[in-house]
Design a protein around this ligand. Structure first.
Ligand code: ATP
Ligand code: LTN
Length: 328
C-alpha cells in the first residue's frame, strides 16, 4: 500500500485554485493501492489571527466540502489536525532538528510576513508543522499545488537528514502536482496566485459562490489589449489563466480551446467559461448543502481522528526511541 497525505487550511472558502489541487485527492482515492489521509489543517490556520466562531464554522464547512467534491469517507481518512496530538509533538522534535537558515529561505513566509504588522512565531515555523503532518504517516505521496513545492522540499531535506543522523526512521515523500492548473492565478492580477487571503472578492471564485458572482468575477477578469486567444504566460497571463481554468473545469485541452476560439474575441471565451464553471460546481454545491448540518459529518471526523491517531502515534514513538527518550 502507498500512503497519501494532504491538507487544506480552513481559513475561508475553498477557491478554484485549491480545488484544482484537490482534484488529485479524488483521483488518488480511486486506486485501491493507496491509503489516503486528508486533513483539515486547523492548526496551520491559527498562524494568522482567526475569529474562533469563524474558524469553527470554516472547519466544518471544509469537512463537508471534502465529501462534496467526491471524497468517500469509506475509502479515505478525513480528520481535523487539532484532534491528533502527534502533529504538534512531532513538530517540536523536528524543530530541534532543523535550522533557522532553512526557514529564512521560505518564500511564502517572506511574502506573507511582509504584508503584516505583527508576525507570530507560528507563521515562521509553519513549514515544520507541515513536515510533521506528512512524516507522521510514513507518507509516500503528497498531492498539492505548485506553491507548496518549497515546503515539500524542506520536508524531504528534514527527513533525509534525520535518517542520516539517527538511522532509517522516515519515509521520504514525493509531491504530486496537477498537470494543468498547478497554479491558478488571481482574476484581478494574473501575475499573483489565486489566494484565500486576497481581500478583493473578485480575485477568486469560491466553490460555493452564487452564479451571479461567478459571472461578475469572470467577466471583469483582467486580460490584455490584444485579442488573440492563446496560451502565453509571459505576455498574456490573464488569457492563459482563463484558458487554464476552462481546461481544468471543462475537461478539454488547451490546444483544443485555442482551435475552438481562433478568431473570436475574449467576450465569447469569458461567457462560455462562466457556464462551464457554473455547471461544474452545481452538483458540488447541492451535495454540500445536504451534508453541512448533518450529524454524520462529526461522526466521520471522529472516526478519522481515531485512525489517524493509531498510525501517527506509532511513528512518534519510533522517532522518540531513535532520539533517546525514555518510553514505557
Ligand atoms: P492562502 O493563499 O491564503 O495562503 P491557499 O489558498 O494557498 O491559502 P491552502 O489551504 O493553503 O490555501 O491550500 C490548499 C491547497 O490548494 C494546497 O495544495 C495548495 O497548494 C493549493 N493551492 C492554493 N492556491 C492555489 C492556486 N492558486 N493554484 C493551484 N493550487 C493552489
Ligand atoms: N501548507 C499547506 C497546507 C498543508 C499541507 C500539509 C499540504 C499543511 N500541512 C501537509 C500538504 C501536506 C498550504 O498552505 N497549502
Amino acid at each position: 500500500m502507498k500512503r497519501v497525505f494532504s491538507g487544506v487550511q480552513p481559513s475561508g472558502m475553498i477557491h478554484l485554485g485549491n480545488y484544482s489541487a484537490m482534484q488529485n485527492f479524488v483521483k488518488l482515492q480511486e486506486d485501491s493501492n493507496n491509503d489516503c489521509f486528508y486533513c483539515i489543517v486547523d492548526l496551520h490556520s491559527v498562524t494568522v489571527p482567526q475569529d474562533p466562531k469563524v474558524l469553527y464554522e470554516n472547519s466544518l464547512e471544509l469537512a463537508a466540502l471534502y465529501i462534496a467534491i467526491g471524497l468517500d469517507p469509506k475509502k479515505v481518512t478525513l480528520f481535523l489536525q487539532s484532534q491528533v496530538p502527534a502533529h504538534t509533538e512531532l513538530a517540536w522534535l523536528l524543530q530541534c532538528n532543523s535550522y533557522m537558515g532553512e526557514l529564512n529561505r521560505m518564500t511564502q513566509f517572506k511574502d506573507k510576513s511582509q504584508k503584516m504588522t505583527s508576525v507570530t512565531t507560528g507563521l515562521y515555523t509553519y513549514p515544520i508543522l507541515m513536515a510533521a503532518d506528512i512524516l507522521a504517516y510514513d507518507t509516500n505521496y503528497v498531492p498539492v499545488g505548485d506553491d507548496q513545492k518549497q515546503h515539500l522540499e524542506l520536508t524531504r531535506d528534514i527527513a533525509l537528514r534525520f535518517n542520516n543522523k539517527f538511522g532509517n526512521t522516515f519515509t521520504v515523500p514525493e509531491g504530486i502536482y496537477p498537470k494543468v492548473g498547478a497554479r491558478i492565478m488571481s482574476l484581478d492580477d494574473p501575475t499573483t496566485k489565486m489566494s484565500k487571503s486576497n481581500p478583493n472578492e473578485f480575485s477568486k471564485i469560491g466553490l460555493l459562490e452564487t452564479d451571479a458572482k461567478i459571472k461578475k468575477s469572470i467577466m471583469r477578469a483582467t486580460t490584455d489589449s490584444d485579442s488573440e486567444i492563446r496560451l502565453d504566460w509571459e505576455n498574456k497571463p490573464g488569457v492563459s489563466n482563463l484558458l487554464t481554468l476552462y481546461s481544468v473545469f471543462g475537461n478539454i485541452s488547451i490546444k483544443e480551446l485555442e482551435e475552438k476560439y481562433k478568431g473570436q474575441g475574449y467576450g465569447n471565451l469569458k461567457k462560455d467559461l462562466v457556464q462551464v464553471i457554473i455547471n461544474y460546481i452545481k452538483p458540488i454545491k447541492e451535495r454540500y448543502n445536504e451534508l453541512r448540518g448533518s450529524d454524520e459529518l462529526k461522526e466521520i471526523l471522529k472516526e478519522g481522528a481515531m485512525r489517524a491517531n493509531e498510525i501517527s502515534s506509532d511513528v512518534v514513538k519510533r522517532v522518540k526511541d531513535k532520539m533517546g527518550f525514555v518510553q514505557f
